[in-house]
Design a protein around this ligand. Structure first.
Ligand code: GLP
Length: 240
């Protein structure tokens, strides 16, 4: 496990971007795991700029997003499918057939989760996973208590996660209380994991994930079991 602390959130985001770009340049036919949330936004901005500058292409890249709210589709502004279009896919050359996000509108979410796992397997597994970290230590939508062996499945969101993500929804809308999320076991199988956390509000989740012990009470602490994980932090999230 490697820990990199940069002076600012911008510098930490730039570093995560640089790691991803170096990986894509080395392995153009790569399989990426991608997060949503506020933290990776500067990374996506930089990726779009790097694409426009001709430094990378997504033509041969396959992507798997971590999660999606149950009941939300591409048409919903707060869905992760629409987030990904807005911040990345509308601006780069990744063919739609190579992008994967759990279908929040699936009639049978359990079946959708199984199909998602099968698609990851068929793609040969995830080479490079970019992760964010929830305030309660969640990764993807794996809330505290999630089994470290868990696979993609339907999950219940905690009140603290619902509160943290409420700002993405209009005032008269309440966020879905369930989501389809890659499991911790699925995440841990990635060849390389880069977890980006910025801001003082993440400091407690960072220290509990980094210090260990690896416990389901802190999903981020499962990363101690990953083969190659790099924490990219700013000073505020590192508590320094
Ligand atoms: C959401 C996502 C996670 C993300 C987390 C942190 O719940 N499902 O994948 O890492 O929020 O989000 P933020 O970066 O906005 O703090």
């Amino acid at each position: 496990m490697e820990v990199i602390v940069k002076p600012t959130a911008e510098a930490a985001s730039a570093h995560a971007h640089d790691l991803l770009v170096a990986h894509m340049q080395r392995s153009p036919a790569t399989v990426l795991g991608l997060p949503t949330g506020a933290t990776p936004l500067p990374v996506y901005e930089r990726l779009v700029a790097s694409f426009r500058a001709g430094l990378i292409t997504f033509r041969t890249t396959t992507t798997f997003n971590l999660d999606e709210y149950l009941g939300l589709g591409t048409q919903h502004a707060a869905s992760y499918a629409s987030y990904m279009k807005r911040v990345l896919f509308d601006h780069v050359d990744c063919p739609p057939s190579q992008r994967h996000i759990p279908d929040g509108l699936a009639k049978d979410p359990q079946q959708e989760a199984l199909a998602y796992e099968a698609a990851i397997l068929a793609a040969g597994g995830i080479d490079f996973m970019l992760l964010g970290l929830g305030h309660n230590g969640h990764i993807g939508f794996n809330e505290p208590g999630s089994d470290f062996a868990s696979r993609t499945r339907l999950v219940d969101l905690t009140p603290s996660t619902l509160a943290a993500n409420k700002s993405y929804f209009a005032q008269d809308q309440s966020p879905p209380k369930q989501a389809i999320s890659m499991g911790i076991g699925t995440i841990l199988e990635a060849q390389t994991i880069v977890i980006l956390a910025t801001g003082a509000s993440k400091a407690e989740a960072v220290v509990r994930s980094l210090a260990g012990p690896a416990t389901p009470a802190v999903p981020g602490s499962a990363l101690h079991l990953a083969r190659n994980v790099i924490f990219v932090l700013d000073r505020a999230s590192a508590g320094s």
